[in-house]
Ligand binder design. Structure first.
Ligand SMILES: Nc1ncnc2c1ncn2[C@@H]1O[C@H](COP(=O)(O)OP(=O)(O)OP(=O)(O)O)[C@@H](O)[C@H]1O
Ligand SMILES: [Mg+2]
Length: 236
């Protein structure tokens, strides 16, 4: 199977500090890959290296057949790398409607009718997105903000969607709703990299799990294998 995204022998970090060491990751087209590991393992930094916000010192990041390691964050986004960052990444001073419009405007390779269809879809999935279209995002609840962040992901038509702990700090009911949306993205064939603290969701949705520790990958396997392997791991 073709890999939609591949990370090869990656070293990356901040200033002179290397936090990612010899990391390898392969994300097959249409699959969901979970990136797990304790606090400080380097999950967010890995996503940052993929989007271009964290400096890569050696190794390669390849999308399909294209080496994107030296491309700007903007150029990577144009090629379909989208991130729902820790802390949601929406514009708090803009309204819900404006936040969604920006995502729709940035979508590549789709026409106006596709955008309308996706907009109907997110409004149906997340009623607050419709009800609060004119409200500033900064005044929404945490769960509502995450719904806007998920809606933006739908509207931007990503090739590879990176999600960094979308469930953090949210009530179980909201998390359930967000994961229904993840399930639909998966059904649509979106390639997903999921960083998640709740193992239940990671194991349910992932086709492959990567477990990181101290900046590198310590275990790769299917969810079933991980359950056995990691039974004694303290963070799980
Ligand atoms: N901006 C930064 N400057 C310097 N070091 C950083 C920076 N951001 C993260 N680090 C360091 O990089 C390492 C990996 O952090 P990272 O945020 O990638 O971990 P994580 O696996 O996402 O953790 P968490 O589960 O807590 O979100 C940590 O040791 C952290 O202190
Ligand atoms: Mg993190």
């Amino acid at each position: 199977m073709t890999a939609a995204l591949e990370v090869r022998n990656l070293y990356a970090g901040y200033g002179k500090t290397t936090v990612i060491r010899d990391l390898n990751l392969s994300v097959p087209e249409g699959s969901t890959v979970a990136l797990l590991g304790p606090n400080g393992a380097g999950k967010t930094s890995t996503l940052g290296a993929i989007t271009g916000s964290v400096k890569v010192t050696s190794g390669a990041i390849v999308m399909g057949n294209t080496n994107i390691t030296r491309l700007s964050t903007y150029d990577r986004a144009k090629r379909g790398i989208a991130l729902i960052p820790e802390g949601r990444g929406i514009f708090p001073g803009l309204t819900v409607g404006e936040n969604l419009q920006i995502a729709a405007d940035s979508a590549q390779g789709v026409d106006a009718s596709w955008k309308r269809e996706q907009m109907n879809r997110v409004e149906e999935m997340f009623p607050p997105v419709r009800e609060r279209a004119k409200q500033r995002c900064g005044s929404l609840s945490g769960g509502e903000q995450q719904m806007v962040a998920m809606s933006r992901a739908f509207l931007s038509n990503p090739k590879v969607l990176l999600m960094d702990e979308i469930s953090v700090g949210l009530a179980p009911m909201i998390v359930e709703l967000l994961y229904q949306a993840v399930a639909r993205l998966k059904q649509d064939g979106t390639t997903i990299v999921l960083v998640e603290q709740y193992l239940t969701y990671a194991l349910k949705f992932a086709d492959i799990c990567y477990v990181m520790g101290k900046g590198t990958v310590n275990f790769v396997g299917e969810p079933g294998e991980l359950q056995g392997e990691a039974a004694g791991a303290s963070y799980l």
